[in-house]
Design a protein around this ligand. Structure first.
Ligand code: FES
Length: 145
């Protein structure tokens, strides 16, 4: 059911933890499954993401997608990080079962929420970034999970 990469990132998640005095922190949740994801970004003066850590209280796919998302945004500029969509995360993991797609959406939203926090703290506007919802469940179809 799960690709080897998903299993690997679930069993050996990369970048688990917190960043003290992070440039931006974002927390998102999905009310339907109750899973919560928190993302920490360390962004330097040139707008490059030097470090990224996460804490996820959720399912295996949520752990795997947040782990992969941190790997994908590290070393990227803010604009490049915005291109790390849930599809990009899923592709990097060699796919997810359809009922687990919302887990990857949580990872995308967590990155956006952390970037939003960074922008607010610094009084800047990030082009292409809109205020993330803290609860993303409303965006989904009413499927059974
Ligand atoms: Fe909800 Fe995976 S994040 S089941």
């Amino acid at each position: 059911m799960y690709s080897e990469k998903v299993m690997d990132h679930f069993q050996n998640p990369r970048n688990v933890g917190e960043i003290e005095n992070a440039s931006g922190v974002g927390t998102v949740g999905n009310a339907k499954c109750g899973d919560i994801m928190r993302m920490y970004l360390d962004i330097d003066d040139n707008g490059v993401i030097q470090d990224c850590k996460f804490k996820t209280f959720g399912c295996g796919a949520a752990v795997a997608t947040s782990s992969m998302a941190t790997e994908l945004v590290k070393g990227k500029t803010i604009q490049e990080a915005l291109e790390v969509t849930n599809k990009a995360v899923m592709e990097a993991l060699d796919g997810l079962p359809p009922i687990k797609v919302h887990c990857s959406l949580l990872a995308e939203e967590a990155i956006h929420a952390a970037l939003w926090d960074y922008a607010e703290k610094n009084g800047i506007k990030i082009e292409g970034l809109s205020k993330p919802k803290s609860d993303i469940s409303e965006e989904e179809d009413d499927e059974e999970y």
